[in-house]
Structures are given as C-alpha cells and as structure tokens.
Ligand binder design. Structure first.
Ligand code: NAD
Length: 471
C-alpha cells in the first residue's frame, strides 16, 4: 500500500496543509492499493502564489528557451515509461491499446507544442498596429481520471509554450499516476514555480483554484456539469476558460459501408478505453435497409470481445474506474430496458467469468430512439445504442440532435460522400473511416461539449491574448 502524502509546489515535493485522506483502489480487484493526502484551499493558495512569483520571468522567456524546456519535459517522461505503464494498469486498468498509447502520447505532446512554437507568429503587423500575442496570465488546469498523464502533460505543454506558469489539480482518483508523473516532470528542471501540482477533491481544491483571483486562465477537462460550475466560479474574475467536456458522439454507418471494416471500426470508436473516453461514438446510426445485418454483426463482434484486467494484454475492455462509475453504468443499462430499448447483448451485472472488479458486460441496445435518455446522456461505460435511420438526411439530423458536439464518425466506401456528410455534422472532430490521430489539429467541442480548442496553434491561442500597439 502506497501513501501519497506530498504535493508539488515551487519546484519541491511538500507536505500538504490539508489533512483529509482518500483511498486509492485497483479497479480490477477492488483492493485498496493506497492513500492520498489531499490538499486544501491553503495549499491551492500556496501553489498559486508560487506560480505568480514565477510568472514575470516565465512570461519574458524567448521561444527558444521555451522550446528547450518542452524538449526536456518530453525527455523526462520517457525513462520511466515502464513504471508509468505499470501504475496506470494498477490504478486505472485501461485496456492495452489505450495504455500503449498513453505514455508515448504524454511524452510527444511536449514535442508537438515545441513544433508549434517553431513557426507560431507571436508578432504580426496589421495596418499601423503591431500586434503581439501575449500570455493571458497565470493558468490553472483541472483534469479527469480517464487520461491522467495525457491531460496533465498537454495542458502543461501549452502553458509552457504560451510563456506562463501553471497550477494543476488532477483527479483525486489518479494520485499514484500523478505522483510518478510529477517525479518525472521534476527531473526536467523547470524554473521553480513554473509547474505546481496539488492533489485534492474537486469541491475543495478544484473550487478554490477555479475561483482564485490570481488565476487568469482555466483549462478544464471533465464533465459538462462540473464545467458549468467552473465557468460560474471563473465568471467573477472574467477568467479565460477552455472547457473540454462530455459527449454523446454519433457513428454514422452509411448504407454503402463495407461492414467487414465498418463494424470493427464502429466498435473501436464506441468502446475505446472501455467506453470511458469523451470521444466515444456511443450512438451507432444504422441505415434501415441494412439494419438486420448490422445488428447481427454487432452482436457477434461484441460477444467476441474479451473483458478482463489490464494485466492481460488480450483484454479489450477493462474495468470501470470506480464502484461509483460501475453503479452509474448499471443504472443506465436498467434505464435502457425501462425506456423500451431492446437488449441486443450484454446487460446488468458483471461478466460471468469474473467474480470481482468493476467490470461491466459490454452492452448494445437496439430499437433505440434518439429521444431516449440512453441516447442523450453520457453513460461513460461500454454501452452502445443503435438508432436506425431512413436516409442520409435523417442520419445527419439525428447525429446533430444532441446537446453535445465533441466528435463524430462517418463510415462509408465512398470518400466524397463521407466528406459531404462530415461537413454537415456539428462536432469538433469528424473522423472518416479509420482516420488516424492528428495531433496538431484542433480538439474540442461544439455546444455543451465545451468552449475553445486544445492542441496545435488553436490550443496555444487559447492561452494567449492579442495586444495591439498602434503607431
Ligand atoms: P469530473 O467533471 O467529475 O471531474 C473532473 C475534474 O474536476 C476532477 O479533477 C475533479 O476533482 C474536478 N472537480 C469536481 N468538482 C469540481 C468543482 N466543483 N470545482 C472544480 N473542480 C471540480 O469528470 P471525471 O469523472 O473525472 O471525468 C469524466 C468526464 O470527463 C466525462 O464527462 C468525460 O466526457 C469528460 N472528458 C472530456 C474530455 C474532453 O476532452 N472533452 C476528455 C476526457 C474526459
């Protein structure tokens, strides 16, 4: 059992003022594996004060100096890649595909931001104005448990690129991962106070950080409900906010799709990271003309998935992160039945071959209408809804009939047709067929999936303000 009893302020691991402790679990075994001592408002104040002290020097650094910092940060993550993977398996339990992506991704986000800095035009002339993109001020980041390394590193990378300092409050459920990652980042030797990381609950440390008068910019990734609270807390100080929130993304299978490729792709989109990914395509829109064939193939493919611990690299679906999350997913599976959807496969309870762990049976509902709550609310588990449509226009209308707009997927054998459909979807990212990850393209949501964008030049600009000096 590990005890995490330090937080990272002003370049050093220090004992928090907060005295509350929270348990940490292995979700695959339900065993308690550690304890984290939580920071409080006093700790947040100390972290913000350190970031504020470090800000003037950081804001005057050259692009070349910041590129060097980003490269050092990237190099600092890699040497402990094996430990980072092992800790993520133990504390989070994501399947191999996601874990395999996560650690290289955490290292590469620094290099991607360095690449943006190489060519980003901080200074331009517009008529008689000399326009300079300046950092908005000391930043805060609040991150979720579902990709702890990635979110900490990408928000830190953006802050460094923008020439600002940052206080990060990660999820209290990811403290083992946070501790190890912080030890890595410490090795990069950033100037004191540039990076500060405070463990704590959302209601205590998160709330204190998002209302803090010395924070100018908040970058939040998490649920839409908490995004609203953070926006409200920041309103008093007119804080700049980037909100990366929830989703209920559609996967549109067009009637010309090659189902041999489309069905595995739809499942990859819908069940990535055990259904605990904001971008999962959890509404599968299927043409009525091919509905029976699609349902039969989906049922067979989902029943062939392996549910199990992340210690087994063959597991396709890992556990839910917590008992609370397991209960939440179960309640939505019950709700689907109550709403009159047809259970194609899966259902309540744990898979038969597992007697412990917060594992869910991968579940697909057929006969779903887009008015049902299971089609409208983010479940955040391996639960998919199949919604039939008559024609392309109806598919687009259903895809857009949602409060969210984070991602969408179009599967078709005709690229031009797929592009035509993609252009009509209100979502931050629309992927056609097996589109690869595009790290410098903007990432973020329309509607209640968020405000602003991350990654690449768009992500950098979310931490900057233009100042025009007119001659
Ligand atoms: P969450 O909203 O419960 O928590 C996110 C973070 O906010 C945590 O660090 C938490 O401690 C903190 N928090 C909670 N209450 C707070 C408050 N009142 N003030 C300030 N901070 C507070 O989300 P979660 O359960 O950790 O993560 C899952 C959610 O995140 C899902 O809704 C998912 O869609 C979303 N998400 C979005 C993206 C994206 O990029 N759009 C990516 C990943 C996850």
């Amino acid at each position: 059992m590990l005890t995490i009893d330090t937080i990272y302020i002003d370049g050093a691991f220090v004992t928090p003022h907060g005295e509350e402790h929270a348990p940490l679990f292995n979700p695959a075994t339900e065993e308690r594996i550690g304890t984290v001592r939580l920071g409080d408002a006093h700790d947040v104040n100390a972290a913000v004060a350190a970031a504020k002290r470090a800000f003037p020097a950081m804001s005057r650094t050259s692009e070349a100096e910041r590129i060097a910092m980003l490269k050092r940060l990237s190099e600092a993550v890699t040497p402990r890649a094996d430990d980072l993977v092992a800790t993520m398996i133990e504390e989070y339990g994501a399947p191999a595909a996601f874990i395999g992506f996560s650690v290289p991704h955490a290292a590469s986000v620094f290099l991607e931001m360095a690449e943006v800095l190489e060519s980003y035009p901080f200074r331009r002339t517009i008529g008689r104005a000399e326009v300079e993109m300046r950092t908005s001020g000391v930043a805060a980041a609040i991150t979720p448990w579902n990709s702890n390394y990635g979110f900490i590193c990408s928000k830190l990378a953006t802050a460094i690129a923008a020439g600002t300092t940052i206080v990060i409050k990660p999820s209290e459920m990811s403290a083992l991962q946070t501790q190890l990652l912080t030890e890595c980042l410490h090795e990069a030797g950033l100037p004191r106070g540039v990076l500060n990381i405070v463990n704590g609950t959302g209601t205590v440390a998160g709330a204190a950080l998002s209302a803090h008068p010395d924070i100018a910019k908040i970058s939040f990734t998490g649920s839409t409900a908490i995004g609203r609270a953070i926006m409200a807390a920041g309103a008093q100080g007119i804080k700049r906010v980037t909100l990366e929130l929830g989703g209920k993304s559609p996967t549109i299978i067009l009637d010309d799709a090659d189902l041999d490729a489309a069905i595995p792709q739809a499942l990859m989109n819908g069940l990535a990271n055990s259904g605990q990914a904001c971008i999962d395509g959890t509404r599968i829109l299927a043409p009525e003309s091919r509905l029976d064939e699609i349902l039969a193939r989906l049922k067979a493919a989902v029943e062939a998935l392996k549910v199990g611990p992340a210690t087994n690299p063959a597991s396709d679906i890992g556990p839910m992160v917590s008992e609370r999350q397991w209960d939440r997913v179960q309640s939505y599976i019950r709700l689907g039945r109550e709403e009159g959807a047809t259970l194609l496969t899966g259902g309540e309870g744990r898979p038969d071959h597992l007697d412990r762990g917060w594992f869910v049976r991968p579940t697909v509902f057929a006969g779903v209408t887009n008015r049902m709550r299971i089609a409208r609310e983010e479940i955040f588990g391996p639960v998919l809804c199949v919604i039939p449509y008559r024609d392309e226009a109806e598919a687009i209308a259903i895809a857009n009939d949602t409060d969210y707009g984070l991602a969408a997927y179009v599967l078709s054998s005709d690229l031009e047709r797929a592009k035509r459909v993609a252009r009509q979807i209100d979502a931050g990212r629309v992927a056609i067929n097996a589109a690869p990850h595009e790290p410098l393209a903007p990432f973020g949501g329309f509607k209640q999936s968020g405000i602003g964008r991350e990654f690449g030049a768009f992500g950098l600009e979310a931490f900057l303000e233009p100042r025009a000096i007119i001659l």
